[in-house]
Design a protein around this ligand. Structure first.
Ligand SMILES: [Zn+2]
Length: 417
């Protein structure tokens, strides 16, 4: 991959954390207009799997989980929150993080910290399933949504989300450290794992930067994984870009999951920014090759608290992290993280391979393999030149293995039980 080293700077450290991907935490098919704009024909539905990460600092003997997915009994969320699920095309949650940890031989009392990227229901899970020794960490700006502030009527959280454990409010105003343009805190005080202030999507939205290899530890170079939460939801908000222009004349052979995608040149002519530009009339596609496919949703349906700030955050993630060859950017709902190569998953998961981690992503070329996989989510052009919509991966609302057409039916059923 022809890339140039961008301006990410993190202080040197010989310490790393192991990063393991946790999958199968629920699947939601949602109108794309909640996250991105302008929504391209064929991409009206966003297929979002939910993911979390097990972080392990072996040196300190500490473990943390970054994000928790959707709670399995999502119908028991406060009405104000759960009612928003009615917007979805489909919701299905088969497992939660505690299930996967236990199945993988990681006892819950080994988890020192749960870190929420933000307050949304598809990230907060059910913390009450963890023992009292597990600390809950979240951005300080989130306190305005705690039950004692909102009261019952307007509740966003259940009191069980915070009760009986240490609540650590992450306060970036105390930090003088900046990484990639974002305010940062050194979570373990050893340079292995930083929390970054990545605002815009929600009150106190934060990301995490994990050092996966270290030149000081003899690994050859420093590499990182950015756990970006919902700073943005789709790789097309970061790509293409100046360091990695849209491939010409075809997608690279190394790209996974793009075998049924039309040729790169005709796909590029569907770039929304190109289509809206006078360049289209002139037939000039060069501009489109170096500009991200989408922006952050700013319309009525946007899930961003401050879309302008969210766009600024996403653009900085693009510049400082996604364009850097030594950083793997992992968005929470990125379907490409689950892509398969000849029937085998590219990335190992805690679910299927508990002993394997993501730390070798650079030497394994996983960023190269998955960098363009997102284009497979754009609708496919058929032989008549019409764009066929990508089908939702889940339809209907699933409760205890049974499908309901409407979310309200699930809420009504839960009330009767
Ligand atoms: Zn989310």
């Amino acid at each position: 991959m022809a890339t140039q080293q961008r301006w990410l700077t993190a202080p040197p450290s010989a310490h790393t954390v192991r990063v393991r991907l946790i999958k199968d935490l629920g699947l939601m098919s949602i109108p794309s207009a909640l996250f991105i704009e302008p929504v391209a024909e064929g991409h009206e539905v966003f297929n979002g799997p939910d993911m979390a990460y097990l972080i392990e600092n072996e040196n300190l003997g500490k473990k943390a989980v970054f994000d928790l997915g959707v709670r399995k009994d999502w119908w028991n969320l406060p009405p104000k929150v759960r009612d928003s699920l009615a917007f979805c095309v489909g919701v299905k949650v088969d497992k939660d993080v505690p299930d996967v940890l236990k199945e993988s031989g990681v006892p819950l009392d080994a988890i020192d910290d749960v870190i929420w990227s933000h307050s949304h229901l598809d990230h907060r899970g059910d913390v009450s399933l963890f023992p009292p020794n597990t600390t809950l960490n979240y951005g300080k700006e989130m306190v305005v949504m705690k039950p004692e502030i909102t009261g019952n009527e307007e509740a966003v959280f259940l009191s069980s989300d915070f009760a009986g454990r240490h609540n650590n409010e992450i306060d970036f105003s105390k930090s003088t450290l900046k990484i990639g343009g974002f305010r940062a805190l050194d979570f373990y005080d050893d340079g292995s794992f930083y929390l970054l202030d990545t605002p815009g999507h929600d009150h106190g939205h934060l990301s995490a930067l994990a050092r996966t290899t270290s030149s000081k530890a003899g690994h050859g170079k420093d590499t990182f994984i950015l756990l970006a939460g919902d700073a943005c939801h789709f790789c097309g908000v970061l790509r293409p870009n100046c360091s990695q222009p849209f491939p010409h004349p075809h997608l690279p052979d190394s790209a996974i999951g793009v075998s049924d995608v039309e040729n790169a040149e005709s796909l590029l002519r569907r770039h929304p920014k190109y289509q809206q530009s006078p360049l289209a009339a002139a037939g000039l596609v060069e501009e489109a090759r170096v500009n991200p496919w989408y922006g952050i949703a700013a319309g009525q349906l946007s899930t961003f608290l401050d879309p302008e700030l969210g766009q600024s955050t996403a653009s900085t993630i693009k510049d400082a992290f996604d364009e850097a060859e030594n950083v793997f950017v992992a968005l929470c709902h990125d379907l490409s993280l689950l892509a398969e190569d000849s029937g085998k998953p590219v990335l190992p998961t805690l679910n299927d391979a508990p002993q394997r981690d993501l730390n070798g992503w650079y030497e394994n070329g996983w960023k190269d393999k998955l960098y363009w996989t997102w284009v497979s989510q754009l609708g496919k052009e058929d032989t008549n030149g019409s764009i066929q919509m990508r089908e939702p991966l889940v339809t209907g609302f699933w409760m205890n293995g049974k499908k309901y057409e409407k979310a309200q039916e699930v809420f009504d059923k839960a009330l009767k039980e």
